[in-house]
Design a protein around this ligand. Structure first.
Ligand code: HEC
Length: 165
């Protein structure tokens, strides 16, 4: 009888050990998964403080180079919806995406560059955030390019050649 109890106890301990091992396996799989979790493209491993500093106004000095970079990034990331002239008539919109307001409307003309940086960072309403694709400095470049577009006024749309009502 004592032997039986001992065997049962050993069996239980063995079962417990297996249980522990299985849990360990799961735990180590989780660890592996975490270290392999995909990093969004364009992300740089920097501290939150550095990122916040890069987003704090007034941002980088506005130079020709910055505006040129802003134009290039704007055309890649924003024009598909906002249109190359900012009228809200990009190609995505012609495929049924709800059109954003024109940048040339009074309310959007009044936006400060840092507010545009905020919209790129956090998104707004139906527009999602571009923080994982557009670096902080590029957000400033785009924001100043948008202000530049606005200051030049609403020209004819080169996107669709359609007159807007
Ligand atoms: C997939 C389409 C799409 C893309 C791409 C896009 N936007 Fe937008 N954006 C929108 C829509 C839709 C709105 C209107 C949001 C709302 O009010 O619901 C908007 C609104 C805005 C506004 C006005 C916010 C306000 O105060 O009303 C700004 C500024 C803006 N976008 C800037 C940008 C910039 C800069 C980029 C590129 C980095 C960009 N957007 C890319 C769809 C887009």
């Amino acid at each position: 009888m004592r032997l039986m109890l001992a065997l049962v106890a050993t069996g239980l301990l063995a079962a417990c050990d297996i249980g522990t091992e299985e849990r360990d396996e799961v735990a180590s799989t989780r660890t592996v998964q975490r270290s392999y979790s995909p990093v969004p493209p364009g992300t740089i491993a920097r501290g939150t403080a550095a990122r916040e500093a890069a987003l704090a106004p007034p941002g980088p000095e506005v130079t020709r180079d910055l505006l040129a970079r802003g134009e290039e990034r704007f055309r890649a990331f924003c024009a598909p919806c906002h249109g190359t002239s900012g009228r809200g008539d990009g190609t995505v919109v012609s495929h049924g995406f709800p059109p954003p307001s024109s940048y040339h409307e009074e309310r959007l003309r009044a936006l400060a560059p840092e507010q545009i940086v905020q919209v790129i960072t956090h998104g707004k309403g139906r527009m999602f955030s571009y923080a994982d694709r557009v670096l902080p400095e590029e957000r400033w470049a785009i924001a100043h390019y948008v202000k530049d577009l606005q200051s030049r006024g609403q020209g004819p749309s080169p996107d669709q050649g359609l007159a807007k009502p």
